[in-house]
Design a protein around this ligand. Structure first.
Ligand code: SAM
Ligand code: SF4
Length: 363
């Protein structure tokens, strides 16, 4: 098996079978995969890690994804929306601490007032920072017009996870209706690209019913769609969601974590110049999970800048980390841990996807 893994790692192109082989590496053999990913990362994107200060803007959501703790149907969730002033305070903190960029994430909503509010916030953040803070949005599926308005206001990257690239599996995790339609989500990814965003997507790893073959297909999906950035992490159960009833099918959390780490490493080997995030869900299982992800291929980290009073309410899954640490504490411990993982922080830089630049020829 070790010879097979070594020969796959020497290849330039990878079939689904090759990817399954790499993702199936055991505790000993995965070290080979991790070492190769580290080498590829240093060669193609370097050891810089870019900060995206995360603002969990609101947990109000009109959708009902079966896995998510802030789904509309969870009547136990206490709903909030961060005020304009608080968003600006967080943005100023990011600016003054040279974070380079912000991510604004929230449940999915539409409506004229909401679209306007986000547009106004983007403009205010841009103005406050003399255009220097980069803005990534993660606000779900929207119309082309909405995507365009937010883009023109100053956002330039957008994250919309496909969640699971197999259309047959999609309905297992979502209600079967127009608001939760696989093709609609795919169309939304196309719309984002058309408008001009750097497009990010991703999946959850270790979902019930999902196989390692599905995960290999997820990686091929990112490649086929020439994606600029990926954010993916382990699925973690939440008691007040319909998926909780399938928890007996889940891998133990540590195995889900290592499977996620292998996904990051194999993706880096497959798509050498994209941006890959070390996600919060990795930290939820392993306190230094994000740093481990950085070591094996990730180059983006999203320190949480949501005002602490709201953090417990943006509870997508159980054991979400850092909910009581303020931004300053997060920043200090993170910096030291990134250095320990061999990373250097790209302070004040946008850290845009090299893949986007190579793909479009844009600076
Ligand atoms: N509402 C937007 C959307 O769904 O695209 C953005 C916010 S949503 C909370 C961000 C991501 O959280 C989703 O894309 C999903 O992958 C992830 N997520 C939700 N529930 C999760 C869970 N139980 N475990 C791990 N990740 C989860
Ligand atoms: Fe809403 Fe996003 Fe959660 Fe789905 S994953 S319920 S769209 S917040």
């Amino acid at each position: 098996m070790s010879d097979r893994i070594k020969s796959v790692l020497d290849q330039d192109t990878f079939s689904k079978t090759d990817l399954v082989t790499l993702l199936s590496a055991d505790e000993e053999l995965r070290k080979l995969v991790f070492a190769k990913a580290e080498e590829v990362k240093n060669l193609f994107v370097g050891n810089k890690v870019y900060y995206r200060g995360l603002i969990e803007f609101s947990n109000l959501c009109g959708k009902n994804c079966y896995y998510c703790g802030i789904r509309a149907g969870n009547k136990n969730a206490h709903r909030y929306e961060v005020t304009e002033q608080e968003v600006l305070d967080a943005a100023r903190y990011a600016y003054e601490n040279q974070f380079g960029s912000l991510v604004i994430q929230a449940g999915e909503r539409s409506g004229v007032q909401y679209v306007k509010r986000i547009e106004r916030l983007i403009k205010m953040i841009k103005q406050m920072s003399n255009g220097e803070l980069g803005i990534t949005l993660s606000l779900g599926e929207q119309s082309e017009e909405t995507y365009r308005r937010w883009f023109e206001a100053g956002a330039h990257r957008y994250l919309l996870r496909i969640e699971v690239s197999n259309p047959d599996l999609y309905p297992k995790y979502h209600p079967n209706n127009k608001a939760h339609d696989y093709n609609e989500r795919l169309e939304a990814l196309y719309r984002l690209r058309k408008v001009g965003y750097q497009v990010g997507t991703g999946v959850m790893i270790g979902l019930p019913f999902q196989t390692v073959e599905d995960l290999a297909d997820d990686l091929l999906f990112f490649q086929k769609h020439d994606i600029d950035m990926v954010g993916m992490g382990p699925y973690i159960e939440h008691e007040n969601t319909p998926m909780y009833e399938h928890r007996h099918l889940l891998l133990p959390k540590t195995e889900r974590f290592y499977l996620s780490l292998k996904m990051v490493a194999v993706l880096r080997i497959l798509m050498k110049d994209i941006n890959i995030a070390a996600t919060t869900a990795m930290q939820a299982i392993d306190p230094v999970g994000r740093e481990k992800a950085i070591k094996v291929g990730a180059n983006i980290i999203m320190p949480n800048l949501t005002p602490t009073k709201y953090r417990d309410d943006y509870l997508l899954y159980e054991d979400k980390p850092c909910t009581d640490e303020d931004a300053e504490e997060c920043k200090r411990c993170l910096e030291a841990r990134i250095h320990m993982a061999g990373g250097e922080i790209g302070y004040g830089e946008w850290g845009d996807s090299k893949h986007f630049k190579n793909r479009t020829g844009k600076p």
